[in-house]
Design a protein around this ligand. Sequence first.
Ligand SMILES: Cc1ncc(COP(=O)(O)O)c(C=O)c1O
Length: 398
Amino acid sequence: MPKLNENYLNLQDSYLFAKINQKVTAYSKEHPDHKIIRLGIGDVTLPLGSHIIDELHAGVDALGSADSFKGYGPEQGYEFLRNAIVEYYAEHGVSIAADEIFISDGAKSDTGNITDLFAQDNVILIPDPVYPVYVDTNIMNGRNITYIDANAENNFLPMPDKNIHADVIYICSPNNPTGAVYNHAQLQDWVDYALANQAVILFDAAYECFITDSTLPRSIFEIKGAKKCAIEFCSLSKTAGFTGTRCGYTIVPKELVFTASNGSEMSLNAMWNRRQTTKFNGVSYIVQKGASAVFTIEGMAQCKENLAYYQENARIIAETLSKKGIRYFGGINSPYIWFECPQQMDSWQFFDYLLTNVQVVGTPGAGFGKNGQNFFRLTSFGSRENTIEAMERFKKLF
Ligand SMILES: Cc1ncc(COP(=O)(O)O)c(C=O)c1O
């Protein structure tokens, strides 16, 4: 009999979306004539831009002739896409080399797989509430987690505690689920703390494209010293509507070098390269062709049109909450609106209240950690019509 990875026994059931679906299905069975509006999901709804579609088609056509056919590609991604990302960062004033960029099928895989590079006995610092992947992948590997509280008192932007040592630090900004975004000075504090502790920051920038305030950092590499202590994960899921198409990238600077117990130097860039070339065979040529279109002038303009649509939805939701006097976070520079449940309800009570009174579905904050217990997440990824209707219904509450 195989000895199993019993760390899996320590995982909490990922019942959040299952429980939501169960409740919604039960409600709609009882009230088949009620129109339910879903503002809970973190998935995009608008179609891909036509420029991206054209390039995806071009990718398909290339595979149909012998002279342009592609078999296995480079595990790290095609040069044309890595170079396009180099340019994208340069436009934001960040200099990255193409061989520091690794193309993948998305940030979820990479934020999970990165745990391969770290030993068991690290101090892993994870904010609460959080995107659950960081927690679960560390539990799968049998690691203990030290949580740091993100709450209304710190605007859901916890800062380093100089009295606690950490080895690996997870930061997500703009944040899922809270929509909070760190500014330069705050990220500089985290980078300084990481350098002082010889720690690594795992920076999830999956929502960087939602930042409209040009004073806010979109990349950890805008921060002085970050190349010596940070890895950045990014995704085309929200930037370009690639949640189903699947493409993301991870940046591992070559300056990220630590000393092993035997005194040898270990480069995280070389380790990640070794990990990917061993366990991953690259993203399809077709998808990378489509992804490269995202970084063209026409492609990015189309992506920005879609982003503006979601941003306006976020504004509409935030405005309604303001008018109701409900304290919220996010909504600007983020597709998520995170707010305090009214009338001392906890997040599941509020979920039921919203569903039964106005047939609007959101996500209870409890699903993201203990500090989400009294908070609720709405997303801006629905249609304009549904967002407006949901907010009209919302206005009639309490
Ligand atoms: C914070 C965060 N990181 C990563 C991801 C996953 O991105 P991808 O679709 O590229 O796997 C998500 C998706 O919701 C997310 O919220």
